[in-house]
Design a protein around this ligand. Structure first.
Ligand code: NAD
Ligand code: MG
Length: 382
């Protein structure tokens, strides 16, 4: 029987690549959701004929309803509509929403018993404890779509005893500013920061790659996905993005997953696990690359990695705070309201001023999100 898949964030970089994989494999689309882009989602509705679609923006959803009135797709709106789409009980819910907005839909999908193919890393950074606990209770898998985490997951297949794993090695491309020092970064433009060397991605994650916040978020994501101690996760800069990440075992044998940088491999593996099937992705030619390089991260210049490391070590809602402050600062940089180095400064200040919270529920995570974004907004206003 064909698999059913719901794609949250279907108009984005991951969402559209997920739909390519889905089309190629002949899976059935149960629901599609996006933020505001009526034209794109209308085309997707006509092609994939989902039962439901949702746009977060109410006005855009009204417009979409009129446009697709001739189809059988029911159109919903708002966060509630997105959560409804997530809770239809599809075999898989692929979450490629950007930002913390993905948290509640992830929880809805878990409650409905769907397997989760998770690209939306902010969900785990902000509410990792809630998500993993609920997934465990429901007996469902959180299957990583993020390329590094997929690589780790793939490198763990065949491992029968988790105690045999000594550490994880996350690779980082280093982004467009690799090799630059702090004083060279003060005046970089948004255009320069958006010019990623290896990957074509949404704007927010591309800026996160330039600041290396992305690797900090991925460190926290790995802690939750693989129940690892942060001290056992190492970060290595690998400019070519061919070795997607590695697992070191207790005998010092290291297993890695390699491939050309193309997100359709991790997307597909999340949907076909534990099986592998042919994909349209090009073969890796190691001799075309010739040289693969590995460097230590420059923590002086890219301080956000260690801010995230401290946040997950300190626990509670510090990671949620770092994530939310970064969402606001990343946006402010893209809108030309702050300079590049201020992103790090603002996240550092928000985390330093955040209260210690030991145990948290969903409402506390949401409250921290608003608090940290508000904090950064106020600081920017001066
Ligand atoms: P994107 O900006 O291209 O797409 C984001 C999608 O989310 C769009 O469909 C948009 O309509 C939707 N969206 C935006 N705001 C929303 C909101 N408030 N509520 C509901 N939906 C909303 O982003 P992307 O690059 O596809 O990244 C998506 C997620 O995947 C991010 O968490 C990112 O970190 C992660 N990721 C992306 C890549 C990549 O190659 N692009 C790789 C690894 C991980
Ligand atoms: Mg990644």
């Amino acid at each position: 029987m064909s698999k059913t898949v719901t794609v949250l964030g279907s108009t984005g970089s991951i969402g559209t690549q997920a739909l390519e994989v889905i089309e190629m494999q002949g899976y059935e689309v149960k629901a599609l959701t996006a933020s505001v882009r009526v034209d794109e989602i209308e085309k997707q509705i006509r092609k994939f004929k989902p039962d439901y679609a949702a746009l977060v923006d109410e006005k855009a959803a009204q417009e979409l309803k009129i446009r697709v009135a001739d189809t059988d797709t029911k159109v919903l709106s708002g966060l509630q509509g997105v959560c409804k789409c997530a809770s239809l009980g599809a075999d898989y819910v692929l979450n490629s929403i950007v930002g913390m907005a993905g948290l509640e839909p992830t929880l809805s999908a878990i409650d409905a018993g769907s397997e989760i193919a998770l690209a939306n890393k902010e969900t785990l950074v902000a509410g990792g404890q809630l998500v993993m606990k609920r997934a465990k209770e429901k007996g469902i898998n959180i299957l990583p779509v993020d390329s590094e985490h997929s690589a780790i997951f793939q490198s763990m297949q065949g491992c029968r005893d988790k105690n045999e794993i000594k550490k994880l090695i996350l690779t980082a491309s280093g982004g467009p500013f690799f090799g630059k020092k702090r004083d060279e970064l003060a005046n970089v433009t948004v255009k320069e920061a958006l010019n990623h060397p290896n990957w074509s991605m949404g704007a927010k994650i591309t800026i996160d790659s330039a600041t290396m916040m992305n690797k900090g978020l991925e460190l926290i994501e790995a802690v939750w996905l693989f129940s690892m101690d942060p001290k056992d996760i190492e970060i290595v800069v690998h400019r070519q993005s061919v070795v997607h990440s590695l697992v070191e075992y207790c005998d010092n044998s290291v297993i890695a997953q390699l491939g050309v940088p193309d997100m359709r491999i991790p997307i597909q593996y999340a949907l076909t696990y534990p099986n592998r099937i042919p994909s349209p992705v090009s073969e890796l030619s190691l001799t075309d690359y010739g040289t693969l390089t590995f460097d230590k991260p420059d923590y002086e210049t890219f301080g956000l990695i260690n801010i995230c490391r401290k946040a997950i070590n300190d626990g509670g809602l510090y990671p949620a705070c770092a994530n939310a402050a970064n969402e606001e600062a990343n946006l402010a940089f893209r809108q030309g309201r702050i300079n590049f180095l201020q992103i790090e400064e603002l996240v550092a200040q928000a985390v330093a001023d955040a209260p210690k919270v030991e145990d948290y529920k969903l409402d506390d995570v949401l409250e921290m999100y608003d608090r940290a974004r508000g904090y950064v907004k106020e600081k920017i206003k001066g």
